[in-house]
Design a protein around this ligand. Structure first.
Ligand SMILES: [Zn+2]
Length: 141
């Protein structure tokens, strides 16, 4: 048996993000000063260091920029999950975010593949953003 998985900490900088995910909304930070869009929640813009940021809902769609399939669990809690694929998703809004892919056998994963977000409620407080292949109507070869 495996124990509970480690969960991300929630603090003042990230609370809005986690509450958004809980409601099924991916919130990105948009800088009113320079227009930069960032995934990682913080008090200042990663480009211009300005503090005038607002949360805007993202489309939840993107493409796989890079990926790596994990066959050896990083710790005992993940031993029932392998193999799973870690993806770097380039969101439609521009920024890239690290996540995991669901509903996709490792051999079917491709760079450039369109994906859409799914909201995985793992506890009452934490909903993790994951991605699955966007149904395109095209059958895999
Ligand atoms: Zn900025």
């Amino acid at each position: 048996m495996s124990g509970p998985k480690p969960l991300p900490p929630i603090d003042d900088d990230t609370r809005a993000w986690w509450e958004g995910l809980h409601r099924g909304v991916l919130l990105l930070q948009h800088c009113r000063g320079c227009g930069h869009v960032q995934v990682h929640q913080r008090a200042m813009c990663g480009r211009c260091l300005g503090g005038d940021l607002e949360h805007c809902p993202a489309s939840g769609e993107g493409t796989i920029y890079s990926f790596s399939t994990v066959y050896r669990p990083p710790s005992a809690e993940f031993k029932d999950d392998v193999p799973y694929t870690v993806v770097l998703v380039e969101l439609a809004e521009g920024p890239r975010m690290l996540s995991t892919l669901v509903d996709a056998p490792p051999e079917t994963v491709r760079i450039g593949q369109p994906v859409q977000i799914v909201y995985d409620r793992v506890t009452e407080a934490v909903t993790l953003p994951r991605f699955r292949p966007l149904a395109s109507g095209a059958a895999p070869p």
